[in-house]
Design a binder for this molecule. Sequence first.
Ligand SMILES: [Zn+2]
Length: 138
Amino acid sequence: MQMEYTRDHQIQSRLEHIIDRLGLRWLEKSRIVAIRSRGSCSRRTLARVHTISKVVQTGLGMQAHYFIEIISENFDRLSEEEKTKTLIHELMHIPKTMGGGFRHHRPYVTRKAVEKMYERYKSPGIGWFQTLSGGHEF
Ligand SMILES: [Zn+2]
């Protein structure tokens, strides 16, 4: 089947909310774009993150952007909690420099690290303000 891609504004606001809530202030929201795909043959992939290569960045004279693709067939059947965790996971792949590379699964983007971020996301007392003043980073 042909893959179809559309921008997803709902997921976009969800990503922005997560960024604010977790105080991931190094992530420039304008350079993170939510994309929804349909028609994937993969049964397991929930989401993935893409970026623009240095060659394309240079050729177009633009900074790196990151595209978080959610795979409709798999992502949509997750619980709300799992959706949030999946989005946190993908955001964690983006390096602080936002230069066009990725942070790897080990030792950065692990289930444990995602769980920790999710706990922070959920806890009412720990929001972006405390993060900003306390300099807490993962
Ligand atoms: Zn991953």
